[in-house]
Design a protein around this ligand. Structure first.
Ligand SMILES: Nc1nc2c(c(=O)[nH]1)N[C@H]1C(S)=C(S)[C@@H](COP(=O)(O)O)O[C@H]1N2
Ligand SMILES: [Mo]
Length: 326
């Protein structure tokens, strides 16, 4: 029973910067704890993973990817790339826990025989293995800004392919107006959130308008930092939509459906007034509980000293996506 979690120095002030979990804590977690006869003293220990299993897992059984081309249009974001050790150990992935320290718990995700079903309003419904995807879609590297709705930011070198390449392959019909992405969910495996998240709208789903998906920026990542994605970052395939808040980027995708109506999505269903469907990064549109005017750059320093920077409209990608929202 691991009630003690080793907290790295760079996330000591985690409670100040995890509003998504603050929401959960407030409205459900507290209730459930009280209901279960537990005291609030274990509140900050939601990770519950044993620190002794942390050794020799730093490559997360990822594989080096060598056959990719760096995309020169997305090679520089005027900000240093985040250290790999931070981007792979400071995560949001509620299926494996409500804290930022889920990287060990996420190793439970089974990647064998992974299949991604692409269906709905398309001419060529297809179920892809990861192998199929890699053969069909040439891999590029793109360095993107990443901005969580909780006002922290990173810079990540992704490996993958533009979503519009997949669209061209499956050919959405003229009826398709939206697309719904579904993450892997198996209550026997994705036990992270625990009893307090029973009744949440699992599996995690996200959605885009078809025009947003067709945009040059919308990306499927199968890797980062020159390797396949670590499980905690959404292996084997995740969405990356850098002009939107991070929660729009569903991880560990098993299904992609083209649909007529705007799909219900996880956070939007749970807290509609805090997490909109569109969720574009916008410094002038505060979250109901905090400002979005600035963001803090995740770094190795203690989190209270993370460098503050102004938030950019569409996270700096206005030239690519501004026309979608005029
Ligand atoms: N399936 C799933 N996808 C998810 C999440 C999640 O909890 N479950 N969290 C989202 C949020 S809030 C963020 S900020 C990013 C975090 O991605 P990272 O851990 O790779 O930085 O993943 C997003 N995708
Ligand atoms: Mo997030």
């Amino acid at each position: 029973m691991a009630f003690i979690r080793i907290v790295p120095s760079w996330q000591l002030s985690e409670h100040q910067i995890t509003p998504e979990s603050v929401f959960l804590n407030r409205r459900r977690f507290m209730k459930s704890l009280i209901g279960a006869g537990l005291t609030a003293t274990i509140l900050p220990l939601t990770g519950c993973q044993s620190s002794s299993t942390g050794k020799n897992q730093d490559n997360f059984s990822t594989q080096v990817i060598s056959n990719f081309t760096p995309n020169p249009n997305f090679a520089d974001v005027n900000r240093p790339v985040t250290a790999e050790d931070l981007a792979t150990k400071y995560n949001n992935f509620y299926e494996y826990g409500g804290s930022k320290s889920i990287w060990q718990a996420a190793q439970a995700l089974p990647l064998e025989d992974w299949k991604i079903e692409v269906s709905g309003l398309v001419k060529n419904p297809t179920t892809y293995t990861l192998d199929d995807l890699q053969k069909k879609f040439p891999l590029e590297e793109r360095i993107y800004r990443f901005r969580c709705v909780e006002a922290w930011a990173m810079v990540v070198p992704w490996l993958g392919f533009p979503m519009n390449k997949l669209m061209a392959a499956v050919e959405p019909t003229s009826e398709a107006k939206f697309v719904r992405f579904t993450s892997f969910y198996d209550p026997k495996i994705t036990t992270g959130p625990g009893f307090w998240a029973n009744g949440y709208p699992w599996p995690y789903t996200e959605g885009l308008r078809i025009e947003e998906m067709a945009n040059e920026l919308a990306f499927f990542a199968i890797g980062m930092y020159g390797k396949t994605l670590p499980k905690q970052n959404g292996a084997p395939l995740r969405m990356v939509t850098p002009w939107k808040y991070g929660f729009k980027g569903a991880k560990s995708i098993v299904k992609i459906e083209f649909v007529k109506e705007k799909p219900a999505t996880f956070w939007n269903t749970l807290v509609p007034d805090e997490y909109g469907f569109e969720a574009n990064v916008n410094p002038t549109k505060p979250h109901p509980r905090w400002s979005q005017a600035t963001e803090r750059i995740v770094s190795n320093s203690p989190s209270f000293s993370w460098e503050k920077q102004p938030t950019l409209l569409y996270n700096g990608y206005e030239e690519y996506v501004g026309n979608l929202y005029s």
